[in-house]
Design a protein around this ligand. Structure first.
Ligand SMILES: [Zn+2]
Length: 168
């Protein structure tokens, strides 16, 4: 069963829960910049970020190679994933994003990751009615992250969710 927010969004919360905890207007997609074939966990990424002096992992969600979605920093809290754009945003990362050489940007999302990312984005857009835009880290920094054009790939997603029957 799909549990996009395990650990920090009790299932009894309805679709507008997010609006009450933090004002979010945008979701920003990242890659973990890990070489293809390598598996890393939330705790591993948390360790990287803490070693930089951060208090916790910077991302709110991490999507593993197998398509499972894992909670990072509680979504109620402001993340640390894009300089100057942390307030009002949610950061999602997928494991992967560079080739086996460890540096060449490469969109190596598995089909399970693509499906999970699409479902997580839709779930969050429903929960946070203020979300108007989905983008990628590279829209805000001179980086390849997330190694694909998230803005174009998810151009219609917010409008599709908002057009759902019964949606406000
Ligand atoms: Zn990034």
């Amino acid at each position: 069963m799909f549990q996009p927010s395990r650990g920090n969004v009790p299932p009894e919360h309805n679709e507008n829960w997010g609006q009450r905890v933090r004002d979010v207007h945008e979701i920003i997609v990242h890659c973990a910049a890990t070489p293809e074939g390598r598996h890393v966990t939330v705790d591993t990424i948390r360790g990287w970020h803490k070693s930089q002096g951060w208090r916790d992992i910077g991302y709110h969600y991490v999507i593993y190679v197998d398509g499972t979605v894992h909670a990072g920093r509680p979504v109620e809290q402001v993340g640390a994933h894009v300089v100057g754009h942390n307030a009002g945003t949610i950061g999602i990362t997928y494991v992967g994003g560079v080739a086996a050489d460890g540096k060449t940007p490469k969109d190596r999302r598995t089909s399970a990751q693509k499906t999970a990312l699409d479902r997580l984005l839709r779930d969050l857009v429903r929960r946070f009615p203020g979300v108007r835009r989905i983008s990628g880290h590279r829209d805000y920094a001179a980086k390849a992250c997330p190694s694909f054009d998230a803005t174009t790939e998810y151009r219609n997603l917010v409008a599709e969710v908002r057009a759902e029957k019964g949606s406000k």
